[in-house]
Design a binder for this molecule. Sequence first.
Ligand code: GLV
Length: 398
Amino acid sequence: MEITNVSEYEPIAKEKLPKMVYDYYASGAEDQWTLKENREAFFQDSRFSLVYTRPYWLQDGRPCWMVGNLGGRYLARFRPRILIDVSKIDMTTTILGFKISMPIMIAPTAMQKMAHPEGEYATARAASSAGTIMTLSSWATSSVEEVASTGPGIRFFQLYVYRDRNVVAQLVRRAERAGFKAIALTVDTPRLGRREADIKNRFTLPPFLTLKNFEGLDLGKMDKSDDSGLASYVAGQIDRTLSWKDVKWLQSITSLPILVKGVLTAEDASLAIQNKAAGIIVSNHGARQLDYVPATITALEEVVGAARGRVPVFLDGGVRRGTDVFKALALGASGVFIGRPVLFSLAAEGEAGVRKVLKLLRDEFELTMALSGCISLKDITRNHIITPAEAKHSISRL
Ligand code: GLV
């Protein structure tokens, strides 16, 4: 199968998977505005943007022309630097003290055995062979212990907080014992977003699978309902009272660093730091929760500004190209996580597919660095991109 970019896996997955499964992975909430925006904010020009030129005089009196863009919805264009020796590119980075091969990691996505019989095992193996981090979902179809048994690897555990705190405490302890290195606490899901395809399909976990982490706790099955089965499960089990004090509670039961996943504003970034989060993930849950929130790449700089370098800020949502990774890093992210490309490649080709996705993104990112004149991640700066607003004032900025 000749795949030349990660987006090519989606139509293959669509063809292979049962409709209920494909729709579950692919859908966003309600109008799916944010779903589209997560992707398009990386590249699209506004149809209504207006380009203008006007004369401008340099200090020595010589005239020049200023080209500006009034509005424009696209996020950023590159400002590559040239004639820099790029024969060796170093993409390695250290995340929470763990050295990895590139700033591209795997986001938590639920129920991977619906995509492929090897599910989370395949993803874990592909991540460790690429030298990067996999985040396992609470709602995985393989348990923390099973994933750990695939071999060494740096892994994070995504946590949903259940009403029954004994369930949470037990699970966190098991993740710790299984060698997981951090907790990614999902904070945007007191209730499940309305994913209309799941409602129409009466989505439920196929009967031959369980939410493996909860199997022994009698919470591993999902009842069929006349709604999305997952929405009903969340309504029954997930704690809607979750608040900042629970971040403190979590810190009292684990020494693992806690990443707050689902921050979109400066206010919440500051609160996360006040509450001793080890890092922040700018995420809108793959556009599956509140519709009409901004694309994560659009919200990133606000959060980075509030974090002021005190904790690392990561991003997930819409990353499909090495150039996307570069843009996120130029705007201040310490790394990105990818979700759907993993699911779709897993569905198409199992572990080999996930490996391929990681390799394609790695190669594209390396090329972007080379063509931008950056030989290590610290060389990627805000000056390597320009936004429409800055383009308006381009001469005064430089
Ligand atoms: C799982 O986290 C989902 O959003 O479906």
